[in-house]
Design a protein around this ligand. Structure first.
Ligand SMILES: NC(=O)c1ccc[n+]([C@@H]2O[C@H](COP(=O)([O-])OP(=O)(O)OC[C@H]3O[C@@H](n4cnc5c(N)ncnc54)[C@H](OP(=O)(O)O)[C@@H]3O)[C@@H](O)[C@H]2O)c1
Length: 298
């Protein structure tokens, strides 16, 4: 049983894909007590039945946060998916950081992005950079988990490439150290339990394949020919829009490709293994495990 004298382990955004997996890892390790916060507590009734304290928290409504973080402890701040409205996500994260400090939280683990940096306009990277700065300026300890792109996202792009024989990107010959969401969750659970001080980890897979190599892996696993074609960013845009991807998400995907082309996504670190004791899953292994999705047959 979890030690009730231990500080609470608070997971924000526990209704999301990553948050749920983190809570599962904490439960499996009998860590805790665990507090799961979410906009919709009804959706976490199954976790409440397993002994997790579920509280309502909406970063758009800072009045919900004092009760959500009451009693303090250690907190995993999961970055939100609010990318459609410039500036909104950063405001959400700043509200969460202020409320965590006010509640007496001792340490915040934050899910950031590799090579987080400020940009002239609001952007995904800019949000992460300034959230990191807000934590750095706070009295709390912090751990930044700079997650690279989830390998899971390949299951959106590759089925079309396998079906048509062509993988279009704007990454040029850039490399990207994809990491599975599950490895990110395992690393976040470990950091929430025990990370101390003030430290940045780049959370990456074990290698950084180019998109030529990703296409070759997809071809080998699917048994169908797949070739990578590197386009200039503006030539990629119409195809993404035609696939029904909303304009703000097209911008995010193009930005990721441009950053990869510049080399920002290529870092490979031992952080996942350092934090979890397990080597991260290679992309090829992940795609083999998800062959049905790769073939678009699920
Ligand atoms: N590295 C990558 O490739 C990658 C890919 C996609 C996303 N991300 C980032 O990593 C995060 C977690 O990934 P995921 O796969 O779990 O994404 P997801 O399933 O889309 O989850 C979205 C998350 O945002 C939270 N959220 C949204 N609005 C919120 C609000 N107003 N207040 C508090 N929380 C709010 C949700 O919490 P509740 O629903 O529980 O309230 C949930 O945890 C994403 O939100 C995004 O910032 C990274």
């Amino acid at each position: 049983m979890p030690d009730t004298q231990s500080p609470a382990l608070i997971v924000t955004g526990a209704g999301g894909h990553l948050g749920r997996q983190v809570v599962d890892f904490l439960l499996a390790a009998q860590a805790g007590p665990i507090v799961a916060t979410t906009r919709n507590p009804d959706k976490l009734a199954d976790l409440a039945a397993r002994g997790v304290t579920v509280r309502q928290a909406d970063f758009d409504d800072p009045a919900t946060l004092p009760a959500a973080f009451a009693g303090g402890g250690r907190l995993l701040l999961i970055s939100t998916d609010e990318l459609a409205q410039p500036g909104k996500r950063l405001a959400q994260h700043r509200a969460a950081v202020a409320a965590a400090a006010a509640a007496g939280v001792s340490h915040v683990v934050y899910t950031s992005v590799v090579a987080a940096h400020p940009t002239p306009q609001s952007s995904l990277s800019d949000d992460h950079f300034w959230t990191e700065q807000a934590l750095a300026a706070s009295p709390m300890g912090w751990t930044f988990l700079r997650n690279n792109l989830y390998a899971d996202l390949l299951l959106h792009a590759l089925p079309h490439a396998v079906a048509t024989g062509t993988l279009f990107t704007a990454t040029g010959s850039g490399r990207r150290s994809y990491v599975t969401r599950q490895d990110c969750a395992r690393a976040a659970a470990a950091a929430l339990r025990s990370a101390e001080g003030r430290r940045i980890y780049d959370i990456t897979g074990p290698a950084a394949p180019s998109q030529d190599e990703i296409a070759a892996i997809a071809a080998e696993i699917s048994g169908k020919p797949v070739a990578h074609v590197a386009l200039p960013p503006e030539a990629l845009r119409p195809g993404l829009a035609a696939a029904g991807i909303p304009p703000f998400m097209v911008d995010v995907l193009i930005d990721f490709d441009i950053e990869t082309a510049r080399g920002y996504s290529a870092i490979v670190t031992p952080a996942v293994e350092e934090l979890t004791g397990r080597a991260p899953t290679p992309v090829a292994e992940f795609l083999k495990q998800n062959r049905a999705a790769l073939l678009g047959s699920h």
